[in-house]
Design a protein around this ligand. Structure first.
Ligand code: PXP
Length: 389
């Protein structure tokens, strides 16, 4: 079921994943009963598609997608199982993605489905009823593609640091983050995150030890790469660690790790964790340089920092930050890294991030605990999970 994808676009665009687009095309072939058929996808710019539009359809100007079927009465094509070519203008797709407020990948995928349906005989220009039939099929296939990418996704890991912050404010033994973690698990969370800071301002060693003993899901220990904490982690054996930059005076983790600037040190820490069987995630900004460095130092995961997206002051700024996260998540996924995301996610801004198919898990703390004060922790977790469907 070969899908040939050629990218003839020279200009730089917001990043998108060719691999994921090819996978979507392969899945389309299966979904529509053409598992052994060959399909070719060509990504071009507006000038190139305008030229094709002029020479093949006698129409002037660019368009978003053109389909060239090889099966229309061609015995040759059928004999060799060749379906045809889909040509997509990335220029037009990028403009349309912006107008619709979706990622470039999502728009390219929608155009792929549209072009593909033309290849297998749908034609919205034939009649009104045919247009409706094609639209329904288009929606159905896009939904199936989304479901496919979500099959093993997306999980919620709840950060219970804030419960410990409240406890430490009184210096007594309640509320207990260990009890909170159990409630989160019962409500459907698939992981618990705690940040053991060097200054022990909230989570204490005792909390992490008890969590290790009691959790039924997964313990993700967030930590700075300080020797004392590294030794604690190696002895405790959490299910994974997330390395974050840690400053004593910050209220919460501020920026992503500068992996590119400390490759040697991080590679050594990751190596020690690997020898102890502990996978490492690196908390990074949505930045190609950091993704490449994370790959170089052999991290298993990256956690993409969503803080700037969450803090954006205008819709435009939020959309720009969202595009960066979407592209970074795809890029990291394509590089073979597992991808998590988190920071500042709440009941308003999470759904859009959760819909990015390449992200495996979201790490959310503050918003859930803030809501839990009013509705209870169980309900707060369930409501967040509901938004992530
Ligand atoms: N991910 C990382 C690496 C963090 O440091 C934090 C904050 O502790 C979170 C996720 C969760 O952020 P928030 O509390 O804003 O949901």
């Amino acid at each position: 079921m070969p899908v040939l994808l050629r990218n003839d676009v020279c200009r730089s665009f917001p990043r998108f994943s060719e691999l994921l687009l090819r996978r979507a095309a392969e899945y389309l072939l299966i979904l529509t009963g053409h598992p052994d058929t060959e399909l070719s996808i060509l990504l071009v710019d507006d000038d190139q598609i305008a030229e094709l539009n002029r020479s093949w359809r006698q129409k002037s100007g660019p368009t978003n997608v053109l389909s060239f079927s090889l099966t229309e009465g061609e015995d040759f094509a059928l004999a060799f199982n060749l379906l045809g070519d889909i040509v997509i203008s990335v220029d037009t797709a990028a403009r349309e993605a912006k107008q619709e407020g979706v990622s470039l990948h999502a728009r390219l995928q929608a155009l792929l489905v549209h072009g593909f349906l033309h290849l297998i005989g749908y034609d919205h220009e034939k009649s009104k009823s045919e247009a409706v039939r094609m639209l329904i099929k288009e929606k159905e296939l896009l939904q199936q593609l989304t479901n496919k990418r979500r099959e093993k996704m997306i999980k919620l890991a709840v950060n219970v640091d804030h419960v410990a912050t409240l406890r430490e404010a009184r210096g007594i033994n309640e509320p207990d983050p260990v009890l909170a973690a159990g409630i989160c698990e019962l409500a459907g969370a698939e992981g618990i995150v705690v940040h053991l800071r060097e200054d022990r301002r909230h989570i204490q060693d005792r909390d992490v030890r008890l969590l290790r003993q009691t959790l039924k899901t997964k313990l993700n220990l967030e930590m700075g790469a300080a020797e004392e904490i590294i030794e604690f982690a190696l002895a405790l054996q959490p299910d994974m660690v997330t390395l974050v930059p840690e400053k004593r005076k910050e209220l919460t983790t501020e920026g992503g790790l500068n992996v590119a600037g400390q490759k040697k040190k991080l590679k050594a820490v990751i190596g020690r964790m690997r020898d102890a069987g502990i996978p490492v995630s690196l908390f990074i900004d949505a930045d190609s340089r950091q993704i490449e460095a994370a790959k170089n130092v052999e991290a298993t995961y990256v956690e993409i920092h969503t803080g700037r997206y969450a803090d954006a002051r205008s819709e435009d700024e939020r959309n720009r930050e969202f595009d960066l996260i979407a592209a970074a998540a795809e890029e990291a996924y394509e590089a073979g890294l597992r991808v998590n995301a988190g920071h500042g996610l709440n009941y308003v801004n999470t759904a859009r991030i959760a819909a990015l198919g390449s992200i495996e898990e979201l790490s959310i703390g503050h918003a859930i605990m803030a809501r839990a004060i009013f509705v209870g922790l169980d309900q707060a977790v369930r409501e967040m999970l509901g938004l992530m469907l």
